[in-house]
Ligand binder design. Sequence first.
Ligand code: HEM
Length: 413
Amino acid sequence: MSMPKEEGLDHSLAFLKEGYEFILHRRKSFQSNVFETTLLGKKAICLGGKEGAELFYDTDKFIRAGAAPNRLVKTLFGEGGVQTLDGEQHRKRKAMFMSIMTKTQLQQLDQLLETEWEKASEQWEKNDQITLYKESQKILMKAACDWAGVPLDDEEKRTDQMRCLFESPASLGLAHWKGRTSRSDAEDWIAELVEQVRNGDLHATKEGALRVFSEHRDSDGKLLPQRIVAVEVLNILRPIVAISIYIAFAALALHQFPQESERLKKGDGSIRRFVQEVRRFYPFFPATVAKVKQDFEWKGYQFKEGTMTLLDLYGNNHDPNLWEQPDLFRPDRFLDWKESPFDFIPQGGGVFDMGHRCAGEWVTIQVMEVSIDFLVNRLQYTVPKQDYSYSYSSMPSMPKSQIILADVRKQNN
Ligand code: HEM
């Protein structure tokens, strides 16, 4: 049986134009959770729905080595990182990440964040207004470095580098190249710290990522090359700073859905459900990518070895077959959510240890909870008129104004 197929030479331009909605639009028009298209001059299969996600995370059928486009590897991921590994090598490396995600470690991050929010808000009281997206990046970078045991030498420069890593993958020209130079500079910085940890010149905290990753032995029993440790430590710092995007969207939701914000203030809404709805509702990653490991057949369709395959992350979070009225912001939908690892997948699906589901999902949820609690219950501020719109084609997307808050004061209660 032949797979539903989008006719035409190449659809990369349509992907750029329709962005987050590209796959879902076609899933709807083909009425199918699987279809074929052409992207970057190559045949690509797009998968969606619970069944599509379940298939995508079957590690006997899909691999990650060589799957991600070069522009993503050169900016966002780095070379040789966990995202690009398969099989036993991936399992061992992923276990290294998950080993630092303990309850105690997460509580420590909580406290570091609280302290940074406190310090920052004291500064903000001296200003007429602040840009939340940028300010929260400073908070997150300081907390992330402290948590990872990384001495932060030049706060402004390093925070800017982290931002460039996640803002640049899909951008063009200079902005993209800035992402590439930020990557090599940031890797140099961390690789030097790894050397210092290994020769005893830097006593990094025992449980922090810098020390744990520097001392980690890979599946061959050897220490990882310094450069790879740097890539993996950046796989902690960079995405923590990227939570600033969700914080900006959360602040937007608090403003645009004041009844939800009131409920949080009165304590009759749940911050957890609010966080989940922000992660479901707003765009972050459109899709994730793998390659067919070897020829197989699924539902009568042929999947040929090496074919690029995309999983529709944004689309699954907005799929009307999975969510009632998906385009409404309604945190209470999570009251009776059946906790499937394949429908709600803003940070990937499946399981953490064997598959590529985001290693930092718990961190993300927790950081968002602390930050939203601070915005709702610890600060008061006004929201001046600004451009709240966000695009479905720029990746990553975020409110155009980056969320300006004015007259920020600590609450007196
Ligand atoms: C800012 C919000 C975040 C979003 C939207 C996000 C999203 C994602 C996505 C979509 C994937 C790929 C899933 C796949 O390919 O199947 C991923 C992987 C990953 N994320 Fe996150 N992430 C976030 C935050 C974090 C944080 C805070 C950390 C670390 C503290 C982190 C560490 C990782 C790592 C190490 C991987 C690779 C996992 C693997 O390949 O096995 N992420 N993330």
